[in-house]
Design a protein around this ligand. Structure first.
Ligand SMILES: C[S@@+](CC[C@H](N)C(=O)[O-])C[C@H]1O[C@@H](n2cnc3c(N)ncnc32)[C@H](O)[C@@H]1O
Length: 378
């Protein structure tokens, strides 16, 4: 999540911000912020970004598996407001109805953090749909939290044969990816020193990555020094998730960009302790990059053989009835406490729907073998 403008993952209140293997061992230095081209030889201490991210986030002492959990470092929609979980509950109801109220309804949360979303959804969904019909599953690489409600299953792989809703909020942006830089002879793999974040230029990208870049990250005219984040690993992760659904809906919510407006310098960034920081893959903080959502959508659609829908979070929440409007002033006179509560709820909706922040996130809806025509306006 780069651009350093405070968009992307929301900040924590009180703080100021809301492969390929085989790259060469000797490479040319690319000091952050300097133009591509200065050549210095480095020892073999550099890794492709995908490998460095994977170790930093999911290695034995990785940021997401060993630490306090994402909520200690940044705010996602899940943490920003209970309105988010309430809106997803409405989606659960719509999926249940579209499936004809099956005997077992799955709600699977991929990249579940510490299970916050399923905990919030579970009680109300269980009451409304019947706890016996509902199967809640958190998919996470971190260990099961000790205080998680027992009705939530905790696994490290997406289960097969899902009937229901597969959710993934701010998962794909943390799927490790390679980064490329445009040189005079084409795209080359960027390498990184995991201890410092200093980058170097490695080998030309692999043919499959080059193909992805040609299709999904066009640069016209090819500009030497331009960066690109190769979203192929996210496409594959999403396609695998969609393939696990027998019938139902896959919904991912994340920040991202489209082919016609890719960020020229990429979006790779870090988060630590509630602040946006330069990306250093040393395990002490989050390292993340926006998602090429159209490429991901296309990969999922190929598996599902069903048209996807891509809408902004702002549009999605409004379609689900969360419009963030202020309560009528007359309520202040008749029910002052209720007015204050309604005002507070409206302000959290405003955070979720702010087009410059969480409201600019994308909702990608991928139906599988089910008609969901009525689900949210375009
Ligand atoms: C940014 S956090 C989002 C947490 C939560 N969904 C939210 O919106 O607040 C991303 C989470 O995805 C998890 N994750 C990443 N790749 C995963 C995978 N392949 N399987 C399971 N969990 C994964 C990470 O461990 C991390 O907890």
């Amino acid at each position: 999540m780069k651009t350093f403008t405070g968009r992307l993952k929301g900040g924590i209140p009180g703080h100021d911000t809301t492969r390929r293997s085989g790259c060469s061992a000797t490479c040319s230095a690319l000091p952050r912020g300097s133009p591509y081209g200065r050549r210095v030889t480095f020892p073999e201490d550099r890794l492709p970004w995908r490998v460095a991210m994977d170790r930093a986030l999911y290695g034995p002492d990785g940021f997401f598996v060993a630490g306090a959990g994402p909520a200690a470092h940044f705010r996602t929609s899940v943490h920003a407001s209970p309105v988010f979980a309430a809106a997803l509950l409405a989606v659960v109801h719509q999926v249940d109805a579209a499936l004809g109220h099956p005997a077992r309804l799955d709600v699977v949360d991929v990249g579940a953090g510490r299970g916050e979303l399923l905990s919030a959804l579970g009680v109300s969904a269980g009451c409304a749909l019947g706890a016996r019909r509902l199967r809640l599953t958190a998919v996470e690489r971190a260990a099961r939290p000790a205080d998680l409600p027992e009705e939530i299953n905790w696994v490290d792989e997406i289960p097969d044969a899902i009937t229901g809703l597969l959710l993934a909020t701010e998962w794909l942006d943390n799927v490790p990816l390679d980064v490329a830089v445009q040189s005079d002879d084409g795209w080359r793999c960027l390498l990184v020193d995991p201890a410092t974040g200093e980058e170097s230029v490695g080998d030309p990208v692999s043919p499959v990555d080059e193909e992805w870049l040609d299709r999904w990250w066009p640069t016209t005219p090819a500009a030497s020094g331009a960066r690109a984040e190769i979203g192929r690993t996210r496409d594959e992760a999403w396609a695998e998730a969609v393939a696990k659904i027998d019938r139902g809906l896959a919904l991912t919510v994340d920040y991202g960009h489209l082919r016609d407006s890719r960020p020229v310098d990429g979006t790779l960034t870090g988060y630590r302790g509630g602040r946006q920081v330069p990306p250093v893959p040393d395990g002490s903080g989050d390292v993340t990059a926006h998602v090429a959502v159209d490429s991901v959508a296309s990969a999922g659609e190929r598996v599902a053989r069903c048209a996807y829908r891509l809408v902004s979070q702002r549009a999605a929440l409004r379609a689900l009835g969360a419009d963030g409007g202020r309560p009528p002033l007359s309520l202040a006179a008749s029910d002052p406490a209720g007015y204050v509560r309604a005002l507070a709820a409206a302000s959290t909706v405003a955070e979720l729907t702010d087009p410059a922040g969480l409201g600019g996130h994308w909702w990608l809806l991928q139906p599988v073998d089910v008609a969901l025509d009525s689900l949210m306006a375009r």
